[in-house]
Design a protein around this ligand. Structure first.
Ligand code: 13P
Length: 265
């Protein structure tokens, strides 16, 4: 884990919680989570709840992420919301989540265009990459990660890559897809691959400073184990982020680990 960057804990609420329910969860989280200098807590509500939630959060404790946006800044695109519209609301945006790739047919190029649009609008992209169960059993993990990562970051400068976040979320480990727990060695291997691909394209600074986080069935019991992994800068949490006790437990684990690493000589 990096000693200089705060640990990132992102709660992806997916298509759950109406505005009222979102407000209740924010209220409960606000009571249980204290501001921590070394832990950055990010909430990703539905697009509909993003604006009301932005008025309710304590900004010393929480930042916001959008779960998606369209890559054009404005125009005749019925039903879409642009990154330009989100720039005052969201600090981060999830891009290329496997649910978007699988259920909504987002291609490598769509993801690349969205990453570019986020950067253009000064929203930090959280680029999600990860192989399916089939790709893993076919021995395709390295190729899939390579393709998803390199296509998405190709148009960026090294400074832009340095600022972004890459989330490794093996599809088979996501609670609603497979719920299979990923082994630490397996995750670390992909983390190393992500940094080495970035190093090759953008040099050591970008590779060292890009934040790489893990997602897939992370809960309050398992979070500490993932956050302790070599090179892990945070976690992306789905189901457990809807439960205030679990999510604040994950934030506490991140805090305890940061606190411990501060004390290291
Ligand atoms: P779960 O934590 O429910 O497995 O979801 C992970 C995820 O997809 C977060 O983006």
């Amino acid at each position: 884990m990096s000693l200089t960057k705060p640990t990132l804990v992102i709660g992806n609420w997916k298509m759950h919680l109406n505005v009222q329910e979102a407000s209740l969860l924010v209220h409960r989280l606000g009571k249980h989570i204290k501001p921590h200098r070394d832990v950055e807590v990010v909430l990703a509500p539905s697009l509909l709840a993003l604006q009301p939630v932005s008025l309710e959060i304590d900004r010393r404790k929480f930042r916001l992420a959008a779960q998606n946006a369209f890559y054009k800044d404005e125009g005749a695109y019925t039903g879409e919301v642009s990154f330009t519209m989100l720039r005052e609301l969201a600090h981060y945006v999830l891009i290329g989540h496997s649910e978007r790739r699988i259920y909504f047919g987002e291609t490598l190029e769509n993801v690349r265009d969205k990453v570019q649009a986020a950067v253009r609008n000064e929203i930090t992209p959280v680029l999600c990459v990860g192989e399916t169960k089939q790709e893993r059993s076919d021995g395709q993990t390295r190729r899939v990660i390579h393709d998803q990562l390199t296509t998405a970051i190709m148009p960026l400068t090294s400074e832009e890559v340095e600022q972004m976040v890459v989330a490794y979320e093996p599809v088979w480990a996501i609670s609603t897809f497979g719920h299979e727990l990923a082994k630490p060695g397996e995750i670390e291997k992909v983390f190393r691959l992500i940094r080495s691909e970035i190093k090759e394209l953008y040099g050591s600074n970008a590779a060292e400073n890009v934040r790489v986080i893990y997602g897939g069935s992370v809960d309050d019991q398992l979070a500490g184990g993932y956050l302790e992994l070599d090179d892990c800068d945070g976690v992306l949490v789905g189901a457990a982020s809807l439960n205030y006790k679990q999510f604040s437990g994950i934030v506490d684990s991140a805090y305890r680990l940061e606190h411990r690493s501060e004390k290291k000589p």
